[in-house]
Design a protein around this ligand. Structure first.
Ligand code: NAD
Length: 451
């Protein structure tokens, strides 16, 4: 235990770490090399640090060490160059993190089957890291979670009665805000929030991220940073739900919701336009608000906006299938049962390969339950795991998008608005299209219906 501090309240370990970060001789460790962790690792390696990544997937570790990238927002070239120059390496072995001076944790934070927070990945990573912790390390949690996780869950595992957090080792929370597929904002130019356990940790973490990220915003505690991140995602979930409800109302009133939104969006103040769709997906919007709702129960506080937004957004895939059913009846005199339906896009958002929690998967499974024969095409997702009518797991592969394939379908539902799809071909050869993303608005075919 270290109690010696200088006049600023800094221990020798903290001073030494500050110097290493400033000189870029600090070694950076990243636990979890997924959509968040890999870009973070590459951005810091590009900034001049030596970076060690640890993941429990042997496949990912092998690919990276062979110089191969698997995250669309990361440059293939960068991974290859950094690996060739020994500035980035991946490993299955937590032991190498003993060498690291700064360790970022970017592991998943899913929900349990009962929609409660599942912190087992954070706890598992911290427990594996624990034997390799040494004085002078800064540990930063990046995973999205409810306020209190860093101090109430991570800190006890890290300190384990041996280290004093804030003197021997330093702990902070800094949420990742990356938006996969966003051509403008990425890990390096999205402002980064940092809340440390104590002023020294906040300063060290701010200094560390400032080496590679254009703007770092320190806040007074990890709890503020944790709450800010879940608030951002709750804000999106609630606003998407509002516009999804508006889409259902416009459908009932026979109004074009897209024209309404374009019109409302001309107001230069007081409104931010969100767009409707087949539901919400990805690892953030469908999950994170429930982390906050769960925590709020501890304070006898029901989070009604979160619950309502969840209900509306989870209802959208059913609305899409009901609408398709009505369109098939009206235009083709066909029932859903036995009809051949092509889903165009299975990823949860445009130009990404991420199909986690994708509403398209939900649309697919509702269609299958109602007896439709469903195929999908997605240029980014070559296969998915789904369930057959008997509840057995089946792999479905993306089919090729051809005039023959389109002609053989009774309807096409555009579930993801990927930019590389040939929508002209789709419009030309499809008997009917339900566009849930307003991507074919300019094609103007008579066979096109919109959400
Ligand atoms: N994907 C996004 O757009 C996004 C954006 C902002 C924040 N986040 C948050 O960031 C966190 C990570 O999300 P992600 O999308 O990068 O997840 P991911 O599934 O893409 O990556 C997580 C990685 O961690 C690895 N892993 C899991 N447990 C591990 C362990 N104990 N030790 C080592 N490796 C382990 C997995 O193999 C995987 O490679 C989550 O909390 C998420 O909510 C995600």
């Amino acid at each position: 235990m270290n109690t010696e501090t200088n006049s600023e309240g800094w221990t020798p370990e903290a001073v030494c770490l500050r110097e290493k970060i400033q000189a870029k001789t600090a070694i950076i460790g990243v636990i979890g090399l997924g959509y968040v962790g890999l870009p973070l690792a590459i951005v810091h390696a590009n900034a001049g640090f030596h970076v060690i990544g640890v993941d429990y997937s042997g496949e990912k570790v092998d690919q990276l060490n062979a110089g191969k990238n698997y995250i669309p927002d990361v440059s293939d070239e960068d991974v290859k160059t950094l690996v060739d120059q020994h500035r980035f390496q991946a490993s299955l072995d937590y032991g190498i993190l003993h060498e690291a001076d700064v360790i970022c944790i970017a592991v998943p934070t899913p929900l349990t089957r009962h929609k409660d927070p599942d912190l087992s990945f954070i706890e598992g990573a911290a427990q594996k890291l624990r034997p390799h912790i040494r004085p002078g390390q800064l540990i930063v949690l990046e995973s999205t979670t409810y306020p209190g996780t860093t101090e109430d869950v991570l800190l006890p595992i890290i300190s384990d009665g041996e280290f004093v957090v804030g003197k021997d080792v330093f702990l902070a929370f800094s949420p990742e805000r990356v938006d996969p597929g966003n051509a403008t904002f990425n890990t390096a130019n999205t402002p980064k929030l940092v809340g440390g356990v104590g002023a020294v940790a906040t300063e060290l973490a701010t200094l560390f991220y400032s080496q590679a990220i254009s703007q770092v915003v320190p806040v007074s505690s990890p709890r503020i940073a944790e709450m800010a991140k879940v608030f951002e995602n709750t804000y999106r979930a609630v606003n998407i739900a509002l516009v999804n409800e508006m889409a259902m109302l416009c459908d009932r009133m026979k109004l074009d919701v897209w024209e309404v939104l374009d019109a409302a969006g001309t107001k230069p103040f007081g409104i931010q336009i969100f767009y409707p769709g087949p539901g919400v997906g990805g690892h953030c919007i469908p999950l994170d608000p429930f982390y906050l709702a769960w925590k709020a129960k501890e304070y006898d506080m029901p989070t009604r906006f979160i619950d309502l937004a969840g209900q509306i957004n989870q209802g959208m895939p059913y609305f899409v299938v009901d609408k398709l059913q009505a369109i098939l009846n009206r235009t083709q005199k066909k029932p859903l049962q036995g009809s051949k339906i092509l889903l165009l896009g299975i990823a949860y958002k445009r130009d990404t390969s991420d199909a986690r929690e994708s509403p398209a998967l939900q649309v697919l499974s509702i269609l299958a339950q109602r007896g439709a024969n469903v195929a999908y095409h997605d240029p980014w997702v070559s296969s998915i795991l789904s369930q057959d009518s008997g509840g057995n797991g089946v792999t479905i592969e993306s089919i090729e998008l051809s005039s023959e394939a389109l002609q053989s379908m009774d309807a096409v539902v555009i579930t993801t608005d990927h930019s590389t799809v040939d929508y002209g071909l789709v419009e030309k050869y499809s008997s009917v299209i339900l566009d849930t993303r307003n991507i074919v608005k300019d094609l103007g075919g008579k066979n096109i219906f919109r959400l």
